[in-house]
Design a protein around this ligand. Structure first.
Ligand SMILES: NC(=O)c1ccc[n+]([C@@H]2O[C@H](COP(=O)([O-])OP(=O)(O)OC[C@H]3O[C@@H](n4cnc5c(N)ncnc54)[C@H](OP(=O)(O)O)[C@@H]3O)[C@@H](O)[C@H]2O)c1
Length: 265
């Protein structure tokens, strides 16, 4: 029996991609699930299928926009009441991508990315924290990105939002070390999901199902940070220590390749 059996897990952004794959993987490991996203019809379908496949476990869903931050604590209380259980793990996964080029900026895109990936993400963490602190246990899992490590070309908002989220999680982890609460930052490389389907060539692309298995193992091991796949974890480390001059040169070349790719489409 998995150590996650009978745990209650809330997943935001469970209607597609990594979040949906995590729902299936965690259900296989015996978890009860609360699934959140904006597309209610899709969540209903996923929940029905999970209930058929795993009749012993409980699954609930709610339509939720994480940018509506004031609504999150009430929604959480309502869903926990439906399950009549305490929350063990929150997986803060809901996120949006989007290109933001410095020479043609569009603040509406930048705002949406920050509101979802940083404001919405931290609001969900902080909706759960009072419960975790009161009960003396809990696990916060944030789906950040390898893109959090440096500012990549045409991705100022995405990289900025993920850098903010990872740094937030790290600080939180130190604060909560003595409270019985675990904090894990997940840094995936390229995962095949609706978010990346128009990306063109992606190095070491991994399926969402495989990513969900690896993320579940990192949750079981209560890792502080988990970057994957391995070659991208190495790239992350290298990017982190790369001097600015070398970074600007290497990423300048990458930016030119991206431009050529976009012009060809
Ligand atoms: N794919 C990758 O290569 C990759 C790499 C590193 C990190 N990540 C991160 O992984 C997470 C999942 O992304 P994905 O690749 O699985 O993309 P995805 O398939 O597009 O899934 C994104 C999920 O977030 C939900 N969502 C978006 N905005 C929301 C909002 N305002 N409120 C509530 N839910 C919202 C979407 O559901 P609704 O539209 O139904 O609301 C969807 O379920 C994101 O945080 C992403 O940044 C992805």
């Amino acid at each position: 029996m998995s150590s996650l059996a009978n745990k209650v897990v809330l997943i935001s952004g469970a209607s597609s991609g990594i979040g949906e794959a995590l729902a299936w993987e965690l259900a296989r490991l015996g978890c009860h699930l609360i699934l959140w996203a904006r597309r209610e019809d899709i969540l209903k379908n996923i929940t029905n299928n999970l209930s058929k496949e795993f009749p012993e476990q409980k699954f609930v869903f709610s339509k939720c926009d994480v940018t509506q931050t004031e609504a999150l604590p009430t929604l959480l209380t309502q869903d926990l009441q439906k399950l009549n259980k305490a929350l063990d793990i929150v997986i803060v996964n809901a996120g949006v991508g989007g290109n933001t080029s410095g020479w043609a900026s569009d603040f509406e895109i930048t705002k949406k990315i920050f509101l979802t990936n940083l404001v919405g993400a931290t609001a969900l963490v902080e909706a759960c924290l009072p419960l975790f602190i009161k009960q003396g246990y809990g696990h916060v899992v944030g789906i950040s990105s390898i893109a959090s490590v440096r500012g990549l070309p045409q991705n100022s908002a995405y990289c900025g939002s993920k850098a903010g989220f990872s740094t937030y999680l790290e600080s939180l982890r130190l604060d909560l070390l003595t409270q019985g609460i675990t904090v894990t930052a997940i840094h995936p490389g390229f995962i095949a999901t609706p978010m990346t389907e128009d990306n063109g060539t992606m190095l070491f692309l991994m399926s969402a199902e495989r990513a969900a298995k690896l993320i579940s193992k990192a949750i079981i091991k209560k890792k502080a940070r988990y970057s994957f796949p391995l070659p991208m974890a190495f790239a992350e480390w290298f990017l982190r220590v790369m001097p600015h001059g070398l970074f600007d040169f290497a990423l300048g070349l990458l930016r030119k390749r991206i431009q050529v790719f976009r012009e060809k489409r």
